[in-house]
Design a protein around this ligand. Structure first.
Ligand code: BGC
Length: 727
């Protein structure tokens, strides 16, 4: 249980502090400094002008800052030290999008716990994670940090990460306050260009983008929230009172604090929302921002605004109260210092083992023609590609503390783990993913000629995804596709392993390869995880957390769309089949692209394993249910292949008609099931009918009576379904 309980005692302590604090000291608590110049910071902390410092990573510095706050500032209030610990601190886990592909909240929670244990060792007690922006546009570089396109999966990931970071009790010195971000709707940035405007109507905001935040608040006792950079329908998220007060505080009862994003208060001036920094401060505080990240407008203008009467003392007190509440819950007043000689858990064996397992579970097998994988009967293996031995590039975005010297690359791992059984020939061919120089192709062909099979590591370097790293072209960079074409022409078993921060456009590359694994940016232990999966010591079990488009022009494309009145039928005539001078209506009037149809390359939830699974008929216990009922449903799952493997069984529903149109499919639950060859089991689900609720025409969250469909299967394009009714 991680929900943070209301404590009368804490509130009384806060009251006492608030009574004694000057306006400027209150504004100081609402001010977050960056750690760039600690000498200046020490002075500000001493004067009560800072409530938090971001990115201190030296325990001695953390303790010195804390000692000044506790002993030399008038109020003796501890600071809270924050940092972007996004997918690991020293031990780097797969990027969050990869973690989402595991569909395994348990391992995601464990990974966040390990990250918290490592980060807290240097005095960090607050992380700016989880990022839970739902996103349906792989051009946006920040998809790497996100849980993908689906609100249910994102909610499970959000809850798991918050629980992992915050631990069972926030006051434990290894617990970090989590910060769900970026509130809200940032993932819908127009055109996938970072920081861009969004146009999300209230209903979609609530049915989709707010879901993981709400789950983190209500199910995991989330300690803090970060407001987003962008503006939705003309209102910057950092000045959006409706989101920050009406929904977050009043509807959800959130009692932690809200931090702005980096200078997002000041940036309201650039947006053209605030006339100047003073008005930006006023608007942000009034909207419900409690702490300002780095732009300093609160301390600069707050006192004047209060004295003028344009900012209420009540708003100020509430903000400080929210911040102090989290500091009390973290135990910072009693225990502000970090133990400088604590036994180090950096790269602890257990964390490395966990990072390897998390990476294995994140891999998605996209193709496996004629059981090319796992590799067998091979004497000589050729290993190529710019990401085969690139320790920095497999770590992914948002890695400030994990060191590449601790990274084990696929090449390292293949040599040390399988080098005795198999001769490994290697050349990177291209020096980095954008490299266009094909000089090494000659060498590559020579090595390939001597090999029984080829594994090639393609994709994108870490720097190509993440914040502000949007792309308009998702094809492989540099000469990578050329390289693959040359290798495919050799007619040897060819395995492509993609390391990337986003779904790339890989239709051609999939065609050229016999087998394809999508490994995301897999982190410190990516190499050993890949080696074991290639040789079948473990099997891939990941499923796609985002739809893979055939090409950029299909974006946005996602499984949970609404039906048009004229959906595509699968019989559409595509561009090369159209007769010359065809008449206007002869193609039919349907919703699809003439040149790429209506299907993506791979749908959400898709992923193969080293075995085959057969689903039996779906058994529904009752098919008429009350709105507060529980639907019990099961399906027989049989492993019909030769390997032990894990299947992610996914439950989808559709509300066939409603007061507002509902998506054609919505994920409502999933389970990871491991079965040996020939083994079978009945997989049971209990679906609370309340989870079918949505925001209706009158903007109320309700389950509407009517007819529904339910699917159980191994991907969002599964077709086996049953019907039920809700009374
Ligand atoms: C990002 C946040 C991050 C913050 C602090 C911003 O640029 O948008 O996600 O937490 O910087 O580093």
């Amino acid at each position: 249980m991680t929900a943070q309980h209301f404590s009368e005692e804490i509130e009384q302590q806060i009251d006492r502090l608030l009574k004694e604090m000057t306006i400027q000291e209150k504004l100081g608590q609402m001010n977050q400094l960056s750690a760039d110049n600690m000498e200046v910071n020490y002075n500000l902390i001493r004067r009560g002008m800072a409530g938090s410092v971001l990115s201190i990573t030296d325990p001695a510095v953390a303790n010195k800052a804390q000692q000044i706050a506790m002993e030399e500032s008038r109020m003796g209030i501890p600071i809270i030290i924050g940092r972007d610990v996004i997918h690991g601190f020293k031990t780097i886990f797969p990027i969050p999008l990869g973690q989402a592909a595991s569909f395994d909240p348990d391992i995601v929670e464990e990974a966040a716990r390990a990250a918290a244990v490592e980060a807290s060792e240097v005095g960090i007690r607050w992380t700016f994670a989880p990022m839970v922006d739902i996103t349906r546009d792989p051009r946006w570089g920040r998809v790497a940090e996100s849980p993908g396109e689906d609100p249910f999966l994102a909610s499970r990931m959000a809850v798991a990460m918050v629980k992992g970071f915050q631990g069972k009790d926030l006051s434990n010195p290894t617990s970090l306050a989590a910060s769900a971000k970026h509130f809200a709707g940032y993932g819908a940035a127009e055109g996938g260009r970072d920081y861009n405007s969004t146009y999300i109507p209230e209903r979609q905001m609530r049915n989709l983008y707010l879901k993981p935040f709400e789950a983190a608040v209500k199910e995991a006792g989330l300690a803090t929230i970060m407001s987003a950079f962008h503006a939705n329908d003309g209102i910057p998220a950092t000045g959006d009172k409706h989101l920050l007060k009406s929904i977050l505080r009043e509807e959800w009862g959130f009692d932690g604090f809200v931090v702005s994003d980096w200078a997002s208060v000041d940036e309201m001036v650039v947006h053209g929302y605030s006339q100047n920094r003073s008005q930006a401060a006023n608007q942000a505080i009034e909207a419900g921002i409690d702490m300002e990240m780095v732009s300093g407008t609160f301390v600069e203008h707050g006192e004047k605004l209060v004295r003028q009467g344009s900012l209420s003392m009540e708003d100020l007190n509430n903000a400080v109260r929210n911040i102090l509440r989290v500091k009390f819950r973290l135990g910072l007043f009693e225990n502000p210092y970090v133990e400088e000689d604590r036994d180090s858990k950096f790269y602890h064996t257990e964390h490395l083992a966990l990072a390897k397992k998390a990476a294995e579970e994140s891999f998605v097998l996209l193709k496996n023609q004629e059981e090319t994988l796992p590799l067998k009967n091979i004497k000589t293996l050729a290993v190529f590609g710019p990401l085969s031995d690139a320790p920095h590039e497999q770590l992914g975005t948002w890695v400030f503390d994990g060191e590449k010297d601790y990274t084990i690359t696929p090449l390292d791992a293949l040599k040390t783990m399988y080098g005795e059984e198999v001769e490994i020939l290697h050349h990177p061919v291209l020096k980095f993913s954008r490299d266009k120089d094909t000089t090494s192709f000659v060498k590559m062909r020579k090595l390939a000629a001597a090999a029984d099979a080829i594994v090639v590591f393609l994709g994108e370097e870490s720097i190509l995804s993440g914040e502000a790293h949007s792309l308009s072209n998702l094809r492989l960079q540099g000469a990578q596709t050329k390289m693959l074409k040359e290798l495919a022409a050799l007619n040897k078993p060819l395995v492509s392993v993609f390391l990337a921060g986003r779904p790339l456009e890989i239709e051609k590359e999939v065609e050229l390869s016999d087998a394809v694994i999508y490994a995301w940016h897999p982190g410190t232990m990516g190499g050993p995880a890949i080696a074991d999966v290639l040789f079948g010591k473990s099997g891939p079990s990941g499923k796609l957390p985002m739809t893979f488009p055939k090409n950029v022009g299909q974006i946005p494309i996602y499984y949970s769309h609404e039906n048009t009145g004229r959906p595509a039928t699968d019989n559409e005539m595509l561009i090369d089949e159209i007769p010359v001078e065809a008449s206007q209506t002869s193609l039919g009037n349907r919703s699809f692209y003439l040149d790429s149809g209506h299907e993506p390359l791979f749908p959400f939830g898709y992923g193969l394993t080293y075995t085959t699974f057969e689903y039996g008929r779906i058994e529904l216990l009752e098919d008429v249910l009350q709105r507060d009922g529980i639907l019990k449903v099961g399906v027989t799952l049989k492993n019909t292949g030769k390997a032990m493997a894990t299947e992610v069984v996914q439950l989808y529903t559709r509300d066939l008609y409603a007061s507002v149109i509902r998506p054609v499919k919505e994920l409502k639950d999933f389970k990871r099931i491991t079965l040996g060859p020939g083994e079978q089991t009945v997989v049971h689900f209990e679906l609370n009918i309340r989870s079918l609720a949505f925001w209706n025409r009158d903007m109320e969250e309700v389950v509407e009576p009517g007819e529904y469909e339910l699917w159980l299967g191994g991907s969002s394009d599964t077709t086996e379904k049953v019907s039920f009714q809700v009374k």
